[in-house]
Design a protein around this ligand. Structure first.
Ligand SMILES: *[C@@H]1O[C@H](CO)[C@@H](O)[C@H](O)[C@H]1NC(C)=O
Ligand SMILES: *[C@@H]1O[C@H](CO)[C@@H](O)[C@H](O)[C@H]1NC(C)=O
Length: 271
């Protein structure tokens, strides 16, 4: 609405670059958030969680779908506020955008500092958390996929080693356990044979009936927490770079939104 008038007044103009940059960037963000949300909701619908919401809390461990829903919702809201706020030159939406982004930035900073200070506590919690997930391995297909991915990617088995699979009732290595998978490990623990192109999902059966040293030929014996720590140390520069990059992007977004807000205000003041 201010467009018609503002060219009569020198110095008070809404920068089109800021406006359309903010708009373009946020529309990507919005679409990405919408896709994440859609994937999450679809996964929940598949599991029948949507028709019975009490089943959300049923699982003792983390349902990885949560991650999609939460990240998707945050991106969707941010993207919407930034995109529409920039396009309509709506200062309320733009202010909401920068405050929300600032809040997330502040939370990230706090989490970063706290995780550095309470490193050991976090490691303990991580161990407990992974153990819970190991216990629930067969209860949820998405969780199973995440654990399989982690064990394959980091070449590891269990939290500290392959015997952690005793925590899972199907893999528990006792005489009384009637499960076929007793004393076994999931296939994702298996050392991959490059010559074999068909995945053998039974490769982990009975492998823990053998001596610890003999297992190394067939499965990864290192625990996932240790392997993950090693990976993090190797990739520290890249991981830190990603976090700094995200932080800079957030500060940049806040600056752009504030810039646009003050432009719009200046134009309105000159009206
Ligand atoms: C909903 O889920 C809960 C927990 O899993 C279960 O106890 C209950 O029977 C379910 N209700 C229906 C209508 O399926
Ligand atoms: C595994 O077996 C042992 C011995 O029978 C039992 O004490 C333990 O509770 C079992 N663990 C699970 C997760 O079923």
């Amino acid at each position: 609405m201010s467009r018609k008038h503002h060219h009569h007044y020198k110095g008070a103009e809404v920068s089109c670059c800021v406006k359309y940059f903010l708009f373009g960037f946020n529309i990507l963000f919005w679409l990405l958030g919408a896709s994440f949300l859609a994937i999450g909701l679809w996964a929940w619908a598949e599991k029948g969680v949507l028709s019975n919401l009490s089943a959300i809390t049923d699982l003792g461990a983390l349902d990885p779908v949560w991650l999609f829903i939460v990240v998707g919702a945050v991106m969707f809201i941010l993207g919407f506020a930034g995109c529409i706020g920039a396009l309509r030159e709506n200062t309320t939406l733009l202010k909401f955008f920068s405050v929300f982004l600032g809040l997330i930035f502040f939370l990230e900073l706090t989490a970063g500092i706290l995780s550095f200070v309470f490193k050991d506590w976090i490691k303990d919690q991580l161990n407990l958390f992974i153990n819970k997930n190991v216990k629930a391995y067969r209860d949820d297909i998405d969780l199973q996929n995440v654990i399989d991915f982690a064990q394959e990617y980091w070449s590891c088995c269990g939290t500290h080693g392959s015997d952690d699979w005793n925590l899972n009732m199907y893999f528990n290595c006792t005489e009384l356990n009637p499960s076929r998978e007793s004393c076994g490990v999931p296939f994702s623990c298996c050392v991959k044979d490059p010559a074999e192109d068909v995945l053998n999902t039974q490769c982990g059966y009975d492998v823990r009936r053998q001596e610890e040293q003999n297992r190394q030929k067939f499965i990864y014996t290192k625990g996932c927490v240790g392997q993950f720590e090693k990976w993090l140390q190797d990739k520290l520069i890249i991981v830190a770079g990603i976090f700094v990059g995200i932080a800079l992007l957030q500060i940049f977004g806040i600056c752009l939104a504030q810039n646009l807000v003050s432009d719009v205000k200046a134009v309105k003041a000159n009206w």
